[in-house]
Design a binder for this molecule. Structure first.
Ligand SMILES: [Zn+2]
Length: 80
């Protein structure tokens, strides 16, 4: 499945970031499909293809996971 370069909305699509409906646009850039939320600016690549590709190693971290990493790096307060 592929879109042409003209952006268009997907009816009923829900933004994974801000949960707004009908704010997702899709477009094609250099052979790769992207989606973009006009409400919050979220965008990422789309992977419609049925074949399982080895992309799971490039897992994008959620904001919560990023914050968890920061918390791990924090030092405990000094007792003195
Ligand atoms: Zn959004």
């Amino acid at each position: 499945m592929s879109f042409n370069q003209k952006k268009r909305f997907i009816a009923g699509a829900v933004c994974p970031k801000c949960s707004e409906m009908d704010k997702i646009m899709v477009y094609n850039k250099e052979g790769q499909d992207y989606r973009e939320c006009v409400s919050c600016g979220f965008s990422d690549e789309m992977h419609f293809k049925q074949q399982v590709r080895e992309l799971d190693t490039r897992v994008n971290k959620t904001e919560e996971e990023k914050q968890a990493d920061v918390q791990v790096l924090q030092f405990p307060p000094l007792d003195k």
